[in-house]
Each structure stands twice: as structure tokens, then as C-alpha cells.
Design a protein. Sequence first.
Length: 236
Amino acid sequence: MLRELKSFYKKSGRGHLPWRKTKDPYKILVSELMLQQTQVSRVVPKYEAFLKRFPTFAVLAKASLSDVLKEWQGLGYNRRAKFLHETAKIVAKQYKGKFPKEVLEIEKLPGIGHYTARAVSTFAFNNPEVFIETNIRTVFTHFYFPTKRLVSDKEILLLIESDLKKSKMEPRDFYAALMDYGSHLKASGVRINNKSKHYVKQSKFEGSTRQKRAALLRDALKTGASEKELEKLLHS
């Protein structure tokens, strides 16, 4: 698997993606939050526009929630923008503008869970964390469990930890390669939905509560709703 992974990454790695060209934890955190349940093609222009408007934690911390949400429009899951805004305030004040390097500290920040903390730690600081997401899960299930049903993430995480050491790759390159290769496998028709214990089908947006909430928030932003009103809508 590692030989194929390295070969694919060398020839077809997505080094052109803007968040692959930086080690700035702020820019990497923005990309990770935007990429959650959102296609890369949709994220790239929103990511670049967001960073142009809010280039640092300090600038974002000083912005109004309304302005942050307006810039986030089109990505969905608007609570992510609120969490990012809250994190910026904490980093600017509590950490004096320097993003924490330790995973357990990162996890204390608003809306940052197990995966996001480790992804930022790896891509920003090149720390050898062990984590999994959908593309990584696809690669390991495809190669190591071609016939097994109901593969657990616990099984895969042990293999990730082992292969990270065996690969002798920089941690950030190892995970970037896995994500790129997983995306390639999916585009090639590889499906692991019936093999993973952790697969959950994403609910449809059309007609959902999320769609209705997004429409209400969009209208509220247009009419200049107060921060308190926006907060209420985000938690409704």
C-alpha cells in the first residue's frame, strides 16, 4: 500500500490546493472547518475570499459575528463560522495570538473535536498524530480489508499509526497523500459504505431543518439582525 501511496502522491498529489501551501495554523484551521462535509471545489473560492477578508486570528477576532457569517454564506453548517470566530477571540486574548501546539489544548477550543485538533496539529506543526477521516478510511479499508464487513476505526487507527512510522514520510505529507489517494479511489468508484462500522449517510439538505435555518439566517443577515438574534438562530 505504501509504495502505491507514495507513487500516486508524487504524480498526482493535490499540492496546488491553497491550504497545502501554508503551515499557518490559522489558515489550516479555516480550511479544516470549511472542508467538513463540503466538497473541495466549493471550498477553494470561499477559503480564499475568507482569508482575504480575515487574514489572521487577530483580524477575525475583531470582526462582528454578522460579518463573519456573511463571508461564510454558501458553505452551510454556519455554526462552524461561529466556533471559528470564538476560537479567534480566545487565541487573540488568552494565547496572545499564538495558536497552541498541543493537541489537548487545541481540543479545548470551541467546536474543535478529536479529528480537527489532530489534523491542524499535523498540517501546521508536522506532529505525528494518529487520526482518521473519510478518505483515509477509504484507503485503509480498500487495501487492508477488501472482503471484511463492518471494519472498525479502531482497527484502522492501529494500521495508520504503524504505516506512518513505516512510511518514513513527513507526517503532513503522509496524511495529505492519504487524503488525495482516498479522493482518487472514490472518484474511481471505490465504495466502502457497507464495510465500515462508522459510515453514516449524510442527510439531504433539501427540505431539511438545516435548509430552513439557513434561509432564516440569510434573511436575518440581510435585515441587519443583532448578534443576540443571530446567536439564537444558530442554536435553534
